[in-house]
Design a protein around this ligand. Structure first.
Ligand code: PGA
Length: 271
């Protein structure tokens, strides 16, 4: 039985006062409605401790948006798994398309040199996954194709390549407990949602990649979220599909009413 999991990715939004009002609002709007689903929010690093404290005792957990694979040392600007745990995180998002330098909304002034700044690759995603698991965090591993890759007919190969690379040297037991997020890059922040049937099909590609590596039982246990312009009005259609076990929500997670409505769409949908 796979429990539906709804995650809010706040990205680079919310100074602490804004984080506080969003969380207070969310607590009211989700009251009593977070038992049947796993719910978490991923604020920026600067608000993690505040949000974790405010959410203590509620059903809503906290996650980091990224991490570095070393525990500590001379790695200026990086945050480690033990630091995320210390800040109150239970989860961490790994390999999101933005830190991979793959943006849904075009950034015309991001030249190739600037894009290289967003340096996540399949190899760093794998290192980060190992670090997260070693640190006791629950990772959400993101995969997704760009519009150009989709138009070239490469969606399935991109998804299976990214999934396979992320899982290098991960055990079957670890894989069974993982959360993946299929996020078509062209649907992120664009308002352009992937049609639910196609989102379900590609989430199935993630699952069959896991099955090819570890067997069907492991693949049946691992959860696969869909992410990319999930909103209250498309949440039920997406979440009711057999291969979609939850949502990774960006823009709509910044509005308590919308995020609560997406959570409310989920409870009856264990798969
Ligand atoms: P979006 O972002 O819901 O704003 O499209 C999703 C994500 O990037 O996780």
């Amino acid at each position: 039985m796979r429990k539906t999991i709804i995650a809010g990715n706040w990205k680079m939004n919310c100074i602490r006062s804004e984080a506080k009002s969003l969380v207070e609002d969310l607590k009211v709007k989700t009251a009593g409605n977070t038992d049947a689903v796993d719910v978490l929010v991923c604020p920026p690093f600067t608000s993690l401790t505040l949000v974790a404290e405010l959410l203590e005792g509620t059903g809503i957990k906290v996650g980091g948006q990224n991490l570095f694979w070393k525990d500590k040392g001379a790695y200026t600007g990086q945050i480690s798994a033990p630091m995320l745990v210390d800040a109150g995180c239970e989860y961490v998002v790994i390999g999101h398309s933005e830190p991979r330098g793959r943006f849904g909304v075009a950034e015309p002034d991001f030249t190739p040199e600037i894009l290289a700044f967003f340096g996540d690759s399949d190899a760093t995603v794998n290192r980060k996954l190992h670090a997260a698991l070693k640190g006791g965090l629950k990772p959400i591993v993101c995969v997704g194709e760009t519009l150009a890759e989709r138009q070239a007919g490469n969606t399935d190969s991109v998804i299976s390549t990214q999934t396979t690379a992320a899982l290098k040297d991960i055990t079957a037991e670890q894989a069974a407990n993982l959360i993946f997020a299929y996020e078509p890059v062209w649907a992120i922040g664009t308002g352009e949602v992937c049609e639910a049937g196609e989102a379900d099909r590609v989430c199935g590609v993630v699952r069959s990649t896991v099955a090819a590596l570890y067997g069907p039982e492991v693949a049946e246990q691992a959860r696969v979220q869909y992410g990319g312009s999930v909103k209250p009005d498309n949440a039920v259609d997406l979440l009711s599909r057999p291969n979609i076990d939850g949502a990774l929500v960006g823009g709509a997670s910044l509005k308590a009413t919308d995020f609560a409505a997406i959570i409310a769409a989920a409870p009856e949908l264990q798969k």
